[in-house]
Design a protein around this ligand. Structure first.
Ligand code: NAP
Length: 498
């Protein structure tokens, strides 16, 4: 299909935003490629370490000298509402650029744009309704707990859900009165830059936001270690997150880490099979499986395994894998050839370990898909829970299936993972659903649904899936320092000195 952005492609010399100035990055020149056919979406110069230092210093200067942090909450909220409206006004254009960024189907990128708008609106409301507290008086003082902005916050995001990921960090950080330096994944630079323009137009003062597409090992590293950066909010892989946590420990800096997952989906014999099949498919294959919360380990009660798998495999073979421009496409390409190579290595390893390929396991052919980074939805059975592809995050459209005999057996397998990000339960027995939901190790559990999100509900992982929570009204507090105030009400001097 024709690309609706064709007349604007490629974007040449795409400027980045450093300390309030739109200009060429001082790092290497590179091209951002469209995963569906490897055509060039944008040509730009990456941010350099020098740019990162300058952005942090400018952010600190803007934090100290503009009125952003001192504006009353309802005044900052008004700007966030304008950002939400600015995103909505440019919905289609943003969704199309987001599609170019990482190759997600247009219907998905529209949903991500809507989510970004909703996030700014929500944190505008959280900002203007956040209440500090008067704590119970225990002496001749009035005691209060209040919150202050932190200063410069760094937001480091991955390539899989640009704009939504950036909004999830920028909105609460800005609402709290901070300056934010954003480092999107180098390969998906466009959405974050567009979002920053909308923020500026909405009235965020210059210098409060910088956006630095560039290498994590260069730009990200400077941001994490810079003494003026008071908090890092990171979303990405567990090994990168662990490195950031080490660096943060050295400077006693709080971090929030939204990391990887290998989420179990658990299907009981008494489930509604139509719902379960649709939910399992959506849980693993939407976003081509490039989703931290992908339901990538499927546990099916043995008594229905054959029947359930027959339905699931038939439905998987019907999935429409193709052009992200098409409204009908369910799975687009993977983000890059390198990422597809890594998925192919995982599948080969699973088969070498004794796995049985049920469907997929290949690149699709025809309709021009050879030009892009496509991979078929893939299901593998017959592996032990301990095997590498059942334990490691593949971050692609690969589902491993294991049977279980009873709840105890199921929970032992489901909880046997270094990850604990999300889980899904399919059953019509609400007492069982309650038991399993409380016993499974996961930050989010979906019961008879999967991969549904609400900005008003906290999100985050346990163990190797991360530290800290995003979303929810109190998500704004992740970007604030708490302070206690004691107001002396004594009628006489403190007695010790008497
Ligand atoms: P990644 O390699 O860890 O990269 C994430 C971000 O960190 C990128 O912007 C990357 O920059 C940057 N980075 C890399 N090295 C860095 C360093 N030393 N210091 C600072 N920043 C550094 O992860 P990814 O492959 O892009 O994303 C996939 C991973 O993200 C998966 O594991 C997925 O589960 C996880 N994820 C988690 C959530 C969640 O909410 N829990 C959501 C989405 C994704 P460059 O890549 O540009 O060099």
């Amino acid at each position: 299909m024709n690309d609706p952005l064709q007349a604007q492609l490629p974007r040449r010399d795409l400027p980045i935003l450093v300390g309030g100035e739109w200009r060429r990055g001082r790092g290497h020149a590179y091209q951002s490629l469209y995963p569906a056919d490897l055509s060039v979406s944008a040509e730009l110069h990456a941010a350099s370490a020098e740019d990162a230092n300058e952005a942090v210093e400018s952010a600190q200067h803007a934090f100290a000298t503009t009125d952003w942090a001192r504006r009353r909450p309802h005044e900052r909220a008004r700007v966030l509402y304008r950002i939400a409206e600015g995103i909505r006004a440019r919905r289609e254009e943003l969704a199309q650029w987001q599609r170019r960024d990482n190759g997600k189907p247009i219907n998905e990128t529209r949903a991500l744009v809507d989510s970004a708008a909703g996030t700014f609106q929500y944190f505008g409301a959280a900002c203007e309704t956040l209440e500090d507290s008067l704590t119970p008086q225990r002496g001749e003082q009035i005691t209060m707990s209040v919150h202050e902005p932190m200063g410069v916050v760094a937001a480091i995001t991955p390539w899989n859900s640009p704009i939504a990921s950036e909004a999830q960090k920028m909105a609460p950080a800005l609402a709290a009165g901070n300056a934010v330096v954003v480092k999107p994944a180098e390969i998906t630079p466009i959405a974050a830059l567009e979002l920053a323009r909308i923020c500026e137009e909405a009235g965020v003062p210059g210098g409060i936001i910088s956006v630095l597409p560039g290498k994590g090992s260069v730009v990200g590293d400077v941001l994490v270690k810079h003494p003026l950066v008071r908090r890092v909010s990171f979303t990405g892989g567990t090994s990168t997150g662990r490195g950031i946590a080490h660096a943060a420990a050295d400077k006693m800096m709080p971090v929030s880490l939204e990391l990887g997952g290998k989420s179990p989906t658990m299907v009981f014999a008494d489930c509604d099979i139509d719902h379960a099949v649709a939910g399992v498919l959506f849980g693993i294959f939407s976003s081509s499986g490039e989703s931290c919360i992908a339901g990538s380990r499927l546990f099916v009660e043995r008594s229905i395994q054959a029947r359930f798998m027959e339905r699931l495999v038939a439905a998987t073979r019907q999935l429409r894998v193709g052009d992200p421009v098409s409204e009908r496409t369910q799975m687009g390409p993977l983000v890059s050839s390198a990422h597809r190579d890594s998925i192919e290595r995982y599948v080969a390893r699973g088969l070498a370990d004794g796995g049985r390929l049920v469907t997929g396991g290949a690149r699709p052919e025809g309709e021009g898909r050879e030009r892009g980074c496509y991979y078929l939805p893939t299901i593998i059975e017959g592996l032990a829970n301990s095997s590498a592809i059942v334990q490691e995050e593949i971050f692609g459209p690969v589902l491993v299936v294991l049977p279980f005999d009873n709840e105890e057996d199921l929970l032992a397998q489901a909880n046997d993972s270094v990850y604990a990000l999300a889980a899904g339960i399919w059953t019509s027995d609400y007492k069982r659903a309650w038991r399993v939901a409380r016993a499974v190790h996961a930050g989010t559990v979906w019961i008879n649904t999967y991969k549904q999100f609400s900005i008003s509900t906290p999100f985050g992982g346990w163990r190797d899936s991360g530290i800290g929570r995003e979303k929810g009204r109190l998500g704004i507090l992740e970007y604030m320092e708490q302070k206690s105030l004691y107001w002396g009400m004594n009628t006489a001097p403190l007695p010790w000195a008497a």
